[in-house]
Design a protein around this ligand. Sequence first.
Ligand SMILES: Nc1ncnc2c1ncn2[C@@H]1O[C@H](COP(=O)(O)OP(=O)(O)OP(=O)(O)O)[C@@H](O)[C@H]1O
Length: 520
Amino acid sequence: MSSQASPVKVYIRIRPTANFAHEIIECLPDQQTLKVRSRKDSKKGKRNNQLNSWVFQLNGVLHNVSQEDTYDRVARSVVLGAFGGYNGTIMCFGQTGAGKTYTMTGAAETYKQRGIIPRALQEVFQEVEQRADHTFSVHLSFLEIYNETMSRSRTLSDAKYITSKLNLVDLAGSERLSKTGSEGQVQTEAMYINKSLSFLEQVILALADSRREHVPFRQSKLTHALKDSLGGNCNTVLVANIYGEAAQIEETLSTLRFATRMKCVQTKPSINEHVDPVVQGSVCAVGEVESCGYGLGLANSSQRHQRGVSPKPSKARKDKQISSSPPPKAEAFEDFKAERGSEINRILKENKAVLSERTARLRTLTDVINATKRDLDYITYELRQFREQKQSQGQFVSAEGEPVLEEAELSLVMQLKELKNRYRQAYEEFRSTKTEVSYCQHLVNQCRTRLLTEFESWYNESFLLPDEVLSVLETGPARPGHIPVDKALTLRGSRQVSQSPESVRGSRSKTKLPPILSVI
Ligand SMILES: Nc1ncnc2c1ncn2[C@@H]1O[C@H](COP(=O)(O)OP(=O)(O)OP(=O)(O)O)[C@@H](O)[C@H]1O
């Protein structure tokens, strides 16, 4: 598909400050131009009397601009472009602490301060809901490049579909190593960060220079991952974050120079449309992310067919190698209970049966206790009446002068004793049955939750998750930031449990309840 070259859009965002250096930084009213004056010779790090002045022309200068306006000006068109089949990349670059994360993610304190990523997600799902005549499949992944190590992969499909991916990238801080004064592990990290960013700068330089034939994309994970966003098929936006204070002017100038070079980089956005000669429909897409960023994959068509075709399909994928559109959840749930989830479903059923038997017993015991209590009250009353009457008639005594119990009174006393015994026993049993019932209820709830969780995982794996997410789940232990979103961790947890039902059953012996009750 033919496409026209378009330059990367570059915005400058200034971190708000009470000490804004008006004398050296000037934002022109067109909101696109930034003038910087400085007496400092940044190369030699010394002051001189000569006044240096630079003018930076950008696509926008965001000075005291809210998160909402920032999203509208910087990100909205890129996000909506994804619905037309265009890839998009939004990335933040700049000095440590200049506001990259604030711009991309936002501040957790208030909803109003949420950044581009949550707003983009919201917009994506709102659009998906509104475009009722289309069917979408949305994939989200989160990757971190840490010391040049990255989880990876990509899925392609061969059916007809429109795909697009949004890369939302929070680059590492561009603070110079010498300035951070870091040591040890921090220094190692800083070295990798600097290496990554300096490769990025080299790529930008090469891309901005039309005489250069080779662009060193492969030098680092970061530039390799951003290849599409920088020289290829992508609507790319850079937000360069700077400080407004005079003390940071050196880094600010360096960021502004990088931003200006970036403006010269051309990309060729085009609609990602693919045609399958066999299947008239459309398919899945993948998201891809870079240095601490999100990747959002969108697939869109008026008729959805999803095909998880991966070089190393997971078991769930193998089972469903070529499936039609995801089945309705209710239907899939029935299948799941009969096959993959049959064991947990069996346990759930058995636990439910035990719960219902225990609950019935509790009801019976309650009746027994109440009836016994009524009898007790009645016999107590009878005995009291009998004794009062006896009192008024005078007392029988034996030949030895001992008080004598009449037969009727003796019978009442015996009945009372037996009723008290029965009451005590029933109450004991009631208490332990009550404990069992609440324990059984807990087990049933646990089983139900696990059945649903495992079903969700299986459904996502089989019909929704992109293979790159699955490949992360399949390799090695999870590390914070390495694993895509919370879902992945949930999946890993539930997989481990479901893979070892025996180990779970091993806990049976620890309880006095019937074995089936302690399965979870
Ligand atoms: N536009 C803004 N409005 C309000 N607060 C901001 C803004 N930009 C940055 N901040 C605040 O400045 C601090 C540093 O910002 P942030 O963490 O986003 O910097 P960073 O560039 O991501 O730093 P690093 O390179 O260390 O990750 C945060 O407390 C953030 O809330």
